[in-house]
Design a protein around this ligand. Structure first.
Ligand code: DC
Length: 232
């Protein structure tokens, strides 16, 4: 497998996209980019710079400060996973809190935020050999990706997975809160004006409700083999 392709993975929140993208990148020795982390990083910046107060997002203020946001990924040497740096500070833990999750879809709906992040994502992927997951990767960021996957899972499976993840991190929450946040984000992400989440015609759908992580990885690797075989 010498040819390196671009792999775009899209789907709703907490469907296991990032898990699959990370494992695919490890198996293939590709770069993994979690584009949702970048929207979360901008949301953290908005909170830190009082662009969000009394639960209201001040879009104008955030847009005027966008030039001050520098996002980078660094590889954690232990986990071998990329972690987000916001203006040089590792914020990987801070961007995964329910507070960030509750504002991120509003921030991600801002045109100027998307323009900045999409340009950065396209730059990261211009050499191929990348697996990126998000909501608009196959439709906007890499419309020419050789492989596009659309990941789905039943809502209660998604709630359970996200709940377990938050429990593991020691974040107090309830399954009802998790469900409410997921459904709210699904709605905003798929109905927003700017590049909403869509399942593009050339995406392959994987419903992982009844798949283990390794079964899902094996299936995706078969699609990678097929995509590479069609290149030559
Ligand atoms: O994948 P995630 O839950 O970490 O993403 C956080 C939010 O960012 C999600 O609610 C939608 C938004 N997002 C987006 O609009 N476009 C992307 N490419 C990735 C994420």
């Amino acid at each position: 497998m010498n040819q390196k392709i671009t792999i775009a993975i899209d789907g709703y929140s907490s469907c296991g996209k990032s898990t699959l993208a990370r494992e695919l990148a490890k198996s293939l020795h590709y770069v993994f980019i979690d584009s949702g982390a970048m929207y979360r990083g901008v949301t953290l910046f908005a909170l830190q710079n009082t662009c969000i107060s009394s639960h209201e997002l001040n879009r104008g203020k955030l847009i005027s400060l966008l030039d001050q946001i520098e996002l980078k990924f660094v590889l954690n040497p232990e986990t071998k996973s990329p972690e987000l740096l916001l203006n040089g500070v590792n914020v990987e833990k801070q961007i995964r809190t329910p507070e960030i999750s509750s504002f991120v879809s509003e921030v991600a709906a801002i045109k100027e935020v998307r323009e900045k992040l999409v340009a950065e994502q396209q730059f990261m992927g211009n050499q191929g050999g990348i697996v990126m997951d998000g909501r608009d990767i196959g439709s906007v960021v890499f419309p020419n990706a050789e492989l596009k996957l659309f990941i789905t899972a039943e809502i209660e499976t998604r709630v359970e997975r996200r709940y377990q993840e938050l429990q593991f991190r020691g974040t107090p929450t309830s399954k009802d809160e998790v469900r409410e946040n997921l459904l709210r984000r699904d709605h905003i992400d798929s109905t927003r004006k700017e590049s909403p989440l869509v399942q593009v015609d050339d995406a392959i759908v994987i419903d992982n409700t009844h798949l283990s992580k390794s079964e899902q990885l094996d299936l995706a690797l078969q699609y990678v083999d097929k995509a590479i075989a069609t290149l030559v």
